[in-house]
Design a protein around this ligand. Structure first.
Ligand code: UTP
Length: 294
């Protein structure tokens, strides 16, 4: 019988050094793309993928995230008295849709360490991990695409994307062989090995790991056994390598467009594209961009 994934973990305790000073007092997951913080795009993706139990791993500035998903009586009252049902719906919509819990990562000791902090609340069931600074526009949502693979194979699965050679040293890269899935052999891969940020000449492929995962609880002891890796950080990639000894691991090259919103240029690109797609802003914003003498 197939086991359903009910919980999604959002690690949001990184230092966000690429975005300092904006991330000095608030997590980068709260940076807004047009008018919504990055983490809300991720949470909406989880909800659209059928998951409403959300666990956020917080670090510094955690109150901003907690307040965002909490009910704000004062604000709601004000919007009511000012007769702004549109804004009221916008602030209420997301907190109405989810059940959210928080766990603290006191020190930013790495993504693997952040995932370990979820252990108690996740318990003995499969779970999803979403890195909210990877914003993915896709239909069906990228996480849903991974969950479909999970439901077929009942094995952990990671999101993959082909990256250009010059970007390879910035990613976790997989060694993998294609697997027949839905009539094609260019989407699903069985992973044999993973390398974190390899030099171009050492990279086993151009397939990079992107911030969506479906994992089983076996990942927790695997992360612990792997211990600290590069720069003393407890890396998820090292835990996944360890997991390979006892479990099959799949990678899915998802359909959709991914924005690296944890990086300044990626964030600007995402901002422009999301603004252009908006009904209320797209027209005037496009006209403004066209007027620029570039
Ligand atoms: P990044 O590798 O992007 O690191 O983390 P970072 O610290 O957030 O940002 P930079 O590179 O310094 O600018 C990937 C994801 O893992 C989370 C981050 O919040 C982000 O969602 N993370 C990372 C943690 O929750 N804890 C950590 O110790 C490290």
């Amino acid at each position: 019988m197939s086991v359903k994934v009910r919980k999604a973990v959002f690690p949001a305790a990184g230092l966000g050094t690429r975005f300092l000073p904006a991330t000095k007092a608030q997590p980068k997951e709260m940076l807004p793309l047009v008018d919504k913080p990055l983490i809300q795009y991720g949470v909406e993706e989880a909800v659209r993928s059928g998951i409403r139990n959300i666990l956020i791993v917080t670090g510094r500035g955690k109150t901003a995230i907690e307040d965002h998903f909490d009910v704000s009586f004062e604000l709601e009252h004000l919007l009511q008295t000012r007769n702004r049902p549109d804004l009221l719906a916008a602030v209420r919509q997301i907190s109405d849709m989810i059940d959210v819990a928080y766990v603290r990562q006191r020190e930013a000791l790495g993504l693997g360490h952040a995932v370990l902090r979820a252990r108690e609340i996740v318990g003995n069931e499969p779970f999803a991990v979403i890195l909210a600074d990877d914003v993915i526009e896709a239909d069906p949502p990228a996480l849903r695409q991974l969950l479909d693979v999970w439901e077929r194979f009942q094995a952990p699965v990671l999101a993959l994307m082909e990256v250009p050679p010059e970007s390879i040293p910035s990613y976790g890269i997989v060694a993998a062989e294609p697997v027949e899935y839905n009539g094609t052999r260019d989407r699903l891969f069985r992973i044999h090995d993973l390398v974190e940020k390899p030099r171009l000449e050492d990279a086993p492929s151009k397939l990079a790991i992107i911030g969506r995962y479906v994992l089983t609880p076996e990942i927790f002891p695997a992360i612990e056994e792997a211990g600290p890796g590069a720069l003393g950080e407890i890396q998820l990639t090292d835990g996944l390598r360890r997991l390979l000894r006892s479990s099959p691991l799949y990678g899915y090259r998802f359909h959709g467009v991914r924005y690296d919103a944890g990086d300044k240029l990626g964030f600007l690109i995402a901002t422009v594209e999301f603004a252009l797609r908006r009904e209320d802003l797209g027209g005037p914003f496009r006209a403004y961009l066209k007027s620029l003498k570039l």
